[in-house]
Write a protein that binds this ligand. Structure first.
Ligand code: ADP
Length: 436
């Protein structure tokens, strides 16, 4: 051990004093012994100081002699470094824990045999795990044959899908990722909604193809007849007339599909995109179109409260009204009355269309706004429906913050109500004048 200048100074002073007093008193042995004892006491004091500090090493050490001071400082620095490293590691750990807990997917770490080591919050909910389940075999808590195979010792990395043993309507997709040397990560996610969307997409494509195929088959049939036979002008005219309904049907279907796609895929209109609409005028145009469909065989009765303008996108509101009014014609017998009304309510305003038609069975009411859902497929087809009308109505209302209600009695008739909130009604001229 090398001595510092200060220690040399102390040692030198002690030795000089020992020699000096030794010469004076003629007792070198005694004075050197006393000097050595003082030196040992000093060193001992430093040692005690270091031991005292070692019991609470978070404060700065207070050794005075340089060698001891250096030693104590080095120890203090390395303790501080390792404390900082531990703090950093703890911070990383808590961030990682927060991230895993925020994940919507369940994550469980298991040992080779399947015993649970650790899991995140989503696992508590999705796999019904509780903190006390640590150490328990995962397969014994989530009982599904597919899951058992996945959790099994040495199972290869793979994915399985099965109905949740806790809620049969939920489909779980579970993936195993091996973590060498002897752990595995089990990731589970709820794929119910995804599966539903995939099925909806498949159904939608199948429905559209089916809807288009029928009129196309008719058109192709007539075209083949025209090509093969030597037809006179009258027959040709007759065939051309027969070609019109399926062609119109395809056009209506494509137009409704495009409108529905636009309504579904675009954001709700901004306030600046809304016009102040006169529903009375819109309903008059709709009735004129509905009369063509009705061939004058229905009566229209419109009771429209004046001075109740609506904030909306005209083309969308027009489509919604037209669909409800033409449905009233389509599904009610000749001579039926179609009553249309628009009036203020305590919360806003209500538009309604009532018919005296065939009515809708209560079990179908929930589904009639689904795309291509029909209570009676043949009747809808024969009457020229595309199966998309009420889906369009539903989306238009949603984009205008309005709600659809339906009341129906089989064989007696149906009423569609559209409830618009106050926020969709601008101040009327009368209200503005009254406010002044
Ligand atoms: P469609 O083009 O077939 O009329 P919609 O989406 O407009 O399609 O309506 C879905 C189904 O709801 C219709 O097929 C019909 O069965 C039923 N429906 C709609 N409006 C009425 C009504 N006013 N009276 C009776 N049934 C109706």
């Amino acid at each position: 051990m090398k001595l510092s200048t200060r220690e040399w100074l102390i040692a030198g002073t002690l030795a000089s004093l020992a020699i000096l007093f030794g010469a004076l008193l003629d007792a070198y042995g005694a004075t050197l012994f006393i000097a050595a004892a003082i030196w040992i006491v000093l060193q001992r004091r430093e040692f005690m100081e270091l031991s005292r500090w070692a019991q609470h090493p978070l404060s700065r050490p207070s050794n005075n002699l340089l060698e001891w001071q250096l030693l104590a400082e080095n120890l203090y620095r390395s303790i501080q470094n390792s404390r900082n490293r531990t703090k950093g590691a703890l911070r990383t750990l808590s961030t990682t824990r927060a991230i895993t807990n925020a994940l919507p997917d369940a994550a469980v770490i298991i040992e080779q045999g399947g015993n649970i080591v650790r899991f995140n919050s989503a696992a508590e909910h999705m796999l019904r795990l509780a903190p006390s389940d640590r150490g328990t075999n995962l397969a014994s808590l989530v009982r599904a044959p597919e899951f058992l195979t996945l959790v099994r010792k040495d199972a290869p990395e793979s994915i399985v899908e099965f109905a949740s043993p806790f809620d049969g309507s939920v489909r779980l997709e579970v993936r195993r990722i091996n973590l060498p040397p002897n752990h595995a990560l089990i990731l589970a996610r709820d794929v119910t909604q995804l599966n539903r969307l995939l099925t909806m997409r498949q159904d939608f494509v199948a429905n559209v193809s089916h809807e288009l195929r029928t009129p196309l088959t008719v058109i192709v049939g007539y075209l083949e007849t025209m090509a093969m036979e030597n037809l006179d002008v009258e027959t040709l005219k007759d065939i051309l007339q027969k070609l019109e309904p399926p062609t119109q049907r395809m056009r209506a279907l494509v137009e409704d599909l495009l409108l529905l796609t636009r309504l579904e895929s675009s954001a709700a209109p901004e306030p600046r995109e809304l016009d102040t609409l006169d529903l009375g005028a819109i309903v008059r145009s709709c009735i004129a179109e509905a009369r063509v469909l009705s061939h004058g065989k229905h009566r229209f009765d419109a009771d429209m409260e004046r001075d109740v303008p609506l904030l909306g996108v005209e083309s969308e509101v027009y489509s919604a009204c037209l669909n409800m009014i033409t449905n009233a014609v389509r599904y009610s017998p000749e001579g039926g009355v179609v009553a249309i009304s628009w009036r203020r309510t305590s919360h806003g305003a209500c538009f309604s269309v009532t018919d005296q038609g065939i009515g809708i069975p209560s079990e179908d009411l929930q589904r009639i706004t689904e795309r291509f859902y029909r209570v009676d497929f043949a009747k809808s087809r024969v009457r020229g429906g595309t199966g998309l009308g009420l889906a369009i109505v539903k989306h238009v209302l949603k984009r205008h913050h309005a709600a659809l209600r339906v009341e129906s009695t089989l064989g007696a008739g149906t009423t569609f109500y559209c409830d618009f909130p106050d926020s969709q009604l601008p101040l009327t001229t009368t209200e503005i004048q009254e406010a002044k």
